[in-house]
Design a binder for this molecule. Structure first.
Ligand code: TXA
Ligand code: MG
Length: 341
């Protein structure tokens, strides 16, 4: 931040949660932990507060935000649930699942959270600090990941401070996020459920509960139609570290960093090595992913070379983030083609 101000990092005591809730009600931004990543929160009913999120992140205004609520009753006040949405929310909330549902016009959410769409992305987070904050604020909280747009999402309070600096005043600081990748985003506005972003809830579990298959836009479409992104967060290089990322390697050059997965005894090279999970556990790998990408993102490394990771279960979310990190860099915040809306 140009002002040189630094955010205050405070533990999530009752007093600090009340303070954070007061700031939110006054239209200020607060960063807080969720089970997935840290969020940059604002009162989702307040246009000026929501505008501050876009400014602090440098986020394009056409990219809508996730609304976090404390309980099912609040969720039903803002969006319309059908039988599929009821089924999933009963079983998987609180948790790392975001449902895109039709907005209730009378619900009182700022239209800016939807970025011009007539839907809202909504979830009940599971992290106890997020839940206490939502209860204390008594408002829905719009919260994207608490990083500058285009950077890797924060899984520790220090990542938030490094990325946003004085653009956020207060960070509720509660250590590492246990899941480590963002929530799964599922669009239920149409007849066929569409996976807009793989994440902390695996798509196989969604399909088992829904009893139908979920449409998965192919990884090759990760950039989507630049002039009509269905989930604009799917811009190809959304999770870009500063140095190039190479995927599926079985060895690294002497000047490259190696990001390993599983036993790496027989892998060659790598000036620096980190292992997402020496045992090959995808939950552990997801929890380590963003912190390790950040740690290896240093100018002395010619590239970050990443070993193959299975596409099953949480591997889908991990590989999605890695493909974005490795994708050709797109000049943000403007899409290649002007939007026609
Ligand atoms: O785990 C998470 O979801 C974290 C924590 C803080 O909850 N939040 C997060 O927010 O990752 P964000 O803003 O970084 O990602 C939100 C994603 C974006 O890809 C956005 O385009 C999509 O959800 N989205 C939001 N509202 C939408 C809508 N109405 N229709 C389609 N996609 C939407
Ligand atoms: Mg994000």
């Amino acid at each position: 931040d140009a002002s040189g101000k630094q955010p205050e990092l405070v533990p999530p005591t009752d007093a600090n949660i009340r303070r954070a809730a007061d700031l939110l009600r006054a239209g200020e931004l607060v960063a807080f932990p969720t089970e997935t990543v840290y969020g940059l929160g604002a009162d989702a009913t307040d246009d000026r507060a929501v505008t501050r999120i876009f400014e602090a992140k440098g986020r394009p205004r056409f990219n809508p935000l996730i609304v976090h609520v404390a309980d099912q009753d609040s969720a039903e006040a803002f969006v319309r649930f059908d039988a599929r949405a009821e089924r999933l929310s009963e079983t998987l909330w609180p948790g790392p699942l975001t449902l895109v549902l039709p907005r209730r016009a009378e619900g009182g959410l700022s239209l800016l959270v939807s970025a011009g769409l007539d839907s809202v992305a909504i979830r009940i987070p599971a992290h106890p600090v997020a839940r206490s904050l939502l209860k204390a604020a008594g408002r829905p909280i719009a919260a994207p990941s608490a990083n500058r747009s285009g950077a890797v999402s924060p899984t520790t309070p220090l990542h938030v401070a490094e990325s946003l600096g004085g653009r956020v005043g207060l960070i509720l600081s509660a250590g590492r996020c246990p899941v480590g990748v963002e929530s799964t985003v599922l669009d239920l506005t149409g007849e066929t459920p569409v996976l807009l972003r793989p994440g902390g809830v695996i798509v196989e579990d969604l399909e088992a509960l829904l009893g139908v298959s979920v449409l998965r836009p192919s990884p090759a479409d990760a950039g989507g139609e630049p002039d009509a992104p269905k989930s604009p967060g799917q811009l190809a290089s959304h999770y870009a570290p500063g140095v190039p990322v190479k995927l599926g390697v079985h060895g690294a050059a002497a000047d490259e960093a190696l990001l390993a997965f599983g036993p790496d005894t027989f892998i060659r090279g790598g000036a620096t090595r980190l292992n997402l999970s020496p045992q090959g556990d995808l939950h552990e790998a997801a929890a380590n992913l963003f912190a390790m990408l950040r740690a290896l993102d240093r100018p002395e490394h010619a590239a970050i070379a990443v070993m193959p990771i299975p596409e099953t279960g949480l591997g889908a979310a991990i590989n999605d983030r890695l493909r974005r990190a490795a994708a050709p860099r797109m000049p943000l915040p403007f899409p290649a083609t002007p939007r026609q809306d």
